[in-house]
Design a protein around this ligand. Structure first.
Ligand SMILES: *Cc1c(COP(=O)(O)O)cnc(C)c1O
Length: 463
């Protein structure tokens, strides 16, 4: 749809009911609790505060752009997941969403386990004191050096992703004189995206070993025959930003079917299944995520039911939320630099960051919301596109949103729900300095990942 086809111009509220924009919130100053972390509120002067500190003070101390992470919210979400699943199940936080030493310590203190998928993530986890037995190692192409490292450290499980890896891990474990606990990652023919899932007959993806054609059964046969491996279960991860539990139900059913086949063929009942991560969060007011206790109940009901009908002992369930824990806990704070109204189209608002601190909009067409946070305003809503300062026209942070028409350079705006896959995917494009992650809690703020400096950039440049 051509934006210029809107007869009334972008500042007119009628535009909003057409196309895919949502209508502007009746009050642009209101903060939707769904997309902001728990301690976020506005103070008497209208400035946004998190953990009791105003954004003006945070910007002054830490600069912009910066990610501000609500530590008590992070910890509360960890506890909500751990409580929902209870002592009979395991919650693994997916470190790729965002990992730092402080995060590892919080996870450890709140009783969660940790998924890593590279040597760098493993190093961070071990360095910050996560016990190795609480770490799971993932990835479709772990290097021999990474596997060695994981086996030596004694990680609780390695999730095997290919036939080559079954042999590789077995050999390395044998060389170290250990039996490595492993799961096999299977692809169950379900792909889930947000509000729907697709059952695919053909498994056209790089991860896992297909249930179809008996591939997964063959992988199990091989793993059971290797001395270096202790096969503890089967793993399935079906996608990300999922709201619809139906995909998990199909996945759980197929995984339990495989356990029954393994029992029939080998006489062993594998003790664990892992149903992966992928649970969705609210990026905008339109998103309606499930609470951890609803997810736990839905998953445990389906697994129990399927096991009863297959006459299997119910295996221990594990899950791997990444985004659902850290995503909602942080926002990115930017300063507005330039404002360009394009007559009949929209207004471009440029901020001091962009695709280097949030690649998700460019990469996945992700939708975000945005708010003016250094003050409130009673001005009319104006349709904006929030863009960065990089040399790409696709450098978009928020594609369509409304901000007050009196927005001015120097105002602070914030994009909520940027805790997951923003800092962890950040780049140095245009030699941007990657922003800090600042943990805020009970009136105190401290950088847990500091801002990069030009010296950091130059120190890598050794030519
Ligand atoms: C990415 C990933 C996760 C976490 O996904 P979220 O969408 O962040 O919950 C969990 N498990 C595996 C195997 C993954 O690849």
């Amino acid at each position: 749809m051509s934006r210029s086809a809107h007869p009334a111009g972008p500042r007119h509220a009628d535009v909003l009911t057409e196309g895919h924009y949502s209508a502007p919130a009746a009050d642009l100053n209101a903060l939707d609790a769904k997309v902001w972390s728990r301690t976020v509120t506005r103070d008497a002067d209208g400035a946004l505060t998190v953990g009791g500190i105003t954004v003006a003070r945070l910007a002054e101390e830490f600069g912009t752009p910066a990610y501000f992470l609500d530590e008590s919210d992070f910890r509360a979400r960890c506890r909500a997941w751990a409580d929902a699943f209870g002592p009979g199940a395991d919650v693994f936080y997916a470190g790729k969403a965002f990992l730092s030493r402080a995060v590892v310590r919080w996870l450890k203190e709140e009783g969660l386990n940790l998924d890593v998928c590279s040597g760098g993530e493993l190093t961070t986890a071990l360095d910050a004191g996560m016990p190795a037995e609480r770490i799971a190692f993932h990835g479709n192409n772990k290097t021999v050096a990474e596997i060695e490292r994981a086996v030596e450290a004694g990680v609780g499980r390695i999730v095997l992703d290919s036939f080559q890896e079954i042999v590789r891990v077995a050999h390395i474990a044998q060389r170290h004189g250990v039996r490595q606990r492993v799961q096999i990652r299977v692809t169950v023919g379900v792909e889930a995206h947000t509000h729907e899932f697709i059952a695919t007959a053909h498994e056209d993806q790089k991860f896992g070993i297909a249930l179809a054609d008996g591939q997964a059964a063959e992988a199990v046969r091989r793993a059971l025959n290797l001395d270096g491996l202790e096969l503890i279960g089967v793993h399935s991860h079906i996608g990300s930003q999922i709201f619809d539990m139906a995909g998990f139900e199909v996945s759980a059913r197929r995984v339990v079917q495989l356990l029954a086949e393994i029992r029939d063929e080998h006489g062993v009942e594998l003790p664990e299944i892992d149903l992966g991560g992928g649970l969705g969060i609210a990026y905008t007011s339109e998103d309606d995520p499930r609470e951890p206790h609803e997810i736990a109940k839905a998953l445990s009901d389906i697994v129990t039911r399927e096991c009863e009908s297959a006459k299997l002992r119910t295996p221990r369930i594990s899950v791997e939320p990444g985004r659902a824990i850290v995503g909602p806990t942080a926002f990115t704070l930017y300063e507005v630099g330039t404002i360009k109204p394009l007559e009949g189209l929209r207004t471009y608002v440029s901020v001091d960051g962009g695709m280097s601190d949030n690649i998700r909009t460019a990469l996945y067409d992700a939708e975000y919301s945005v708010a003016l946070v250094s003050r409130t305003s009673d001005a009319e809503p104006m349709l904006v596109r929030v863009v960065g300062k990089h040399c790409e026209s696709g450098d978009i942070v928020v594609k369509d949103a409304f901000l007050p028409a009196d927005l001015a350079p120097g105002d602070l705006i914030a994009v909520p729900a940027t805790g997951a896959y923003c800092r962890s995917m950040a780049s140095n494009y245009n030699h941007a300095l990657r922003p800090p992650v600042v943990a805020v809690r009970d009136g105190e703020a401290r950088a847990i990942v500091r801002r990069e400096t030009e010296e950091d950039l130059l120190s890598l440049d050794v030519g």
